[in-house]
Design a protein around this ligand. Structure first.
Ligand SMILES: CC(C)(COP(=O)(O)OP(=O)(O)OC[C@H]1O[C@@H](n2cnc3c(N)ncnc32)[C@H](O)[C@@H]1OP(=O)(O)O)[C@@H](O)C(=O)NCCC(=O)NCCS
Length: 172
């Protein structure tokens, strides 16, 4: 299985949005992407890549087909300690259950270590998001703490409880 991280470009907008389902919206984005919002997001990532600062996001390609998304964002501090850098991930529904997310998280951690982005990669996950908890375990993260989020809400509007999983970037 050949998995690669590459920068997203405008030509990926449609495939990126087609890969978003109710699970992705529920656990990650909060609202479906539109052609405009996704194009803006990709342009923002391209600027950040040039500056070498801020949120760094990548498409995940499985055998040359766009199959997901990963990013890290040093600006996220909800539930995190200094040096802990938040990462997020999503796999398109057709590609799930094949180890894509675990492999993509490993590649992202390699990049973070290479660019000295913090001491730890951090996954903040709702305990009910069993697939994502499994990704954290399989990608070598350790459960560090449980926090009440100050920003993430459940569908009923109450503040979410999040598990914080960490991986030491000195050991990737
Ligand atoms: C979480 C997500 C990224 C996993 O992607 P994936 O490419 O299928 O992940 P992997 O194949 O690398 O690993 C998935 C693991 O979770 C397990 N899993 C999948 N669905 C599960 C479920 N409902 N309950 C328990 N485990 C589940 C798989 O069996 C696999 O573990 P295994 O290899 O031990 O069998 C994907 O489900 C997704 O995009 N969800 C929506 C977005 C999201 O939740 N992002 C994370 C926010 S913190």
């Amino acid at each position: 299985m050949r998995i690669e991280l590459r920068p997203l470009t405008e030509s990926d907008v449609q495939a990126h949005n087609d890969g978003e389902d109710a699970e992705t919206v529920r656990w990650l984005t909060g609202a479906p992407g539109t052609p405009d919002s996704t194009a803006r997001h990709i342009a923002m990532l391209a600027e950040n890549a040039v500056r070498g600062q801020g949120q760094q996001g990548f498409g995940v390609w499985l055998e040359d087909r766009l199959a997901g998304y990963v990013d890290y964002n040093p600006a996220v501090d909800d539930g995190l300690e200094p040096g802990e850098v938040n990462i997020t991930y999503a796999t398109h529904p057709w590609a799930r259950g094949r180890g894509v997310a675990v492999a993509a998280v490993q590649l992202l951690c390699d990049r973070m270590a290479e660019h000295a982005e913090g001491s730890h990669a951090a996954i903040r996950v709702d305990p009910e998001n069993h697939a994502s908890v499994r990704v954290a375990e399989k990608a070598g993260f350790t459960l560090a703490r449980e926090v009440e989020s100050t920003t993430d809400v459940r569908p009923d509007g109450t503040l979410a409880t999040l598990l914080v999983w960490l991986r030491d970037l000195a050991e990737v």
